[in-house]
Every structure is written in structure tokens, then in C-alpha cells.
Design a protein around this ligand. Sequence first.
Ligand code: NDP
Ligand code: DGY
Length: 322
Amino acid sequence: MQALVTRRIPQEGLAVLAQAGVCSFQQWDSDEPIPRSELLAQVAGKHGLLCLLSDRIDKEVLDAAGSNLKVISTMSVGVDHLALEEIKKRGIRVGYTPDILTDATAELAVALLLATSRRLPESMEEVKNGGWTTWKPLWMCGYGLSDSTVGIIGLGRIGQAVARRLKPFGVKKFLYTGSHPKPESAAEFQAEFVPLTKLGEESDFVVVTCSLTPETKGMCNEDFFARMKKTSVFINTSRGAVVNQDDLYQALVSGQIAAAGLDVTTPEPLPTDDPLLALKNCVILPHIGSATYGTRNAMSVLAANNLLAGLKGEKMPSELQL
Ligand code: NDP
Ligand code: DGY
């Protein structure tokens, strides 16, 4: 059997593939994404595909792969880059990498929230550019978590891990929204299930940790930002497309909300002349939620094992139920 690995991935994952002796594999051995034309050419006839969130696996790719393709293993928990209906129709199995990246991503979400609310990048810049003239009572003030209300959009694995980490900062109340209440998950934080509108109106911090679906696409828009408090901070570690970025820009420029911290944007990478990058009250990171050495190694190993299990027709360690 033959597989295609669409990027340079940690050695740990490649070693699992190489040592298994289940398939030969072709790899796009680069830190940059495989060009679309190469993907279409190299996937032809393959039985397995190990891909990343930056590879759009749609009907065109599936057609190019042909009927040999049994398994797609993505080195991500997000699956919004996969044409799931089309994949299901063809009986192709999908592996993904939940759980093992939850801690790293939640940690990054907290780091981003604190960096944004306490204005860390802006403050560091002032130290470098001479703006730090003396200790000033009204200078570089931000917003603290103590006694605050935190609204989590999507109380899934990462959303709960974020709430768990924020609770000891003295958060007074957690709100959450989703497609349905989750009393068991919410109990640990006494979190209240509310409509999105109420979450926007009452939260001092909004943290977006949901998956990107047709329902969540563009969910944080003008109407949502207009409901938020002028003192509130918006954080997104989910996917850029959950947010209407033009509306977010207007909310930040007009002072409708205090600040935003984004680990994900549309597009990625964000062009260096994007207006959001000119705003002091917007902190943008290059999609590094899961970027610890240990987590990325574990993701590559899990993706490799999912691929191998799929090729062998065995139970995958983490299979997406289609
Ligand atoms: P989970 O499946 O555990 O959680 C996803 C959550 O999204 C669920 O709680 C679900 O709630 C919620 N959701 C679905 N529809 C809606 C909706 N309409 N409104 C509000 N919430 C909704 O996934 P994970 O926590 O493991 O990961 C979440 C996402 O985080 C991934 O899909 C990925 O896009 C992103 N991610 C980003 C990373 C980064 O590097 N920045 C790293 C890892 C993940 P319900 O069950 O009620 O539908
Ligand atoms: C994912 O896994 O979906 C992230 O965005 C990257 O780790």
C-alpha cells in the first residue's frame, strides 16, 4: 500500500510509519504546504493520506486520489478542511488528533487572554521605544480576571480546559453556549448555558473554542460585537472563519469592545498589511495553539497510528465518527 504525507512532520511520527512496514510513503518534505497541483498529482492511486489543516481535501482531491483511498488522517483536531460528506459517501475513514493537544491549546488561550487584557505586547513595545518615562497611575491599564464573567463559546475539550485554568484567577461566573446544554461538563465550573446574545452582553471575556461548522461560521459578527461591553476582551483560538473580521475591526476601532486576541485568522497567514495588525488593541498570533514540542510530536505519532490502523482495516486510536 502507498500513502502520501503532505508535509514535513516530527520525526517521531515518520518513524512510526517507517517502522510499521505497512505502507511505503511519499512525503512533501517541506515546512511549506504542498502546492495544490502537486497534491493532486501525488495523491493519485494512494491508499492513505496524512494531511494537515492547511490542505483542503475536497471533491477534486478525492477524485484525483481515486478509488484506492481508504483513509485520511489529519494531524489536527479540527476537520473543517475536509469535505466530510463527500468523504463519507466514498466510505473513506478519517483519523484526527483530539485530546492530546487540549492542554497546550488551553494554555495558549490563557496566555493570549492575559497578553491581550494586560496589554503585554503594547507594554513591551513602550519599553523598547522610550515610551516608558516613569511609573504612571493611568498608563497601560487593562482588565483583570478577578470577579469577572467569562463566556466560553463551545464548552468542548478545549473550552473546558480553558475554564479549568481560568477559574483559579478568581473568575466569578462562567457562561457558555453551544448546540445544547452540557450539565455534566458545566458542573465543574457552575457554568450557565445561555444563548449567544446573552453571553455577549454579560461577559467581560469571551473565549471562542468551538469547532468551525456551517452554524458557527461568521457567528461573531457586528450584532454580536454590538452586544458586548465596551470593556470586554474577545479571544479566539478556534478558527478564523467563526469571526467576521471586518466587523471585529470596526468593533475594535470604534471602542465597541476593549481588545481582541486571535490565534487564528482569515486568511492564514494574515497579510502583513491587514488593518487588524495596525491596531494596538489587537494581539495576533500565528496559529500556535498546539505548538509545544511534546504536543506536536504526539500529534504526529497519533496521526501516523490512525493512518496505519485505517490502512490495515483496524480500529483507529482516534477515528472521527462520520
Ligand atoms: P470539541 O469537539 O471538544 O469542542 C467543540 C465545541 O464546539 C463543542 O463544545 C461544541 O458544542 C461547540 N460547538 C459546536 N457548534 C456550536 C455552536 N453552534 N455554538 C457554539 N458552540 C458550538 O473540540 P476541541 O475542543 O477539541 O477543539 C475545538 C476546536 O478548536 C477545533 O475544532 C479546532 O478548530 C480548534 N483548535 C485550534 C487550535 C489552535 O491551534 N488554535 C488547536 C486545537 C484546536 P456542542 O457539543 O454543544 O455542539
Ligand atoms: C487543530 O488541531 O485543529 C489545530 O488548529 C492545530 O493544532
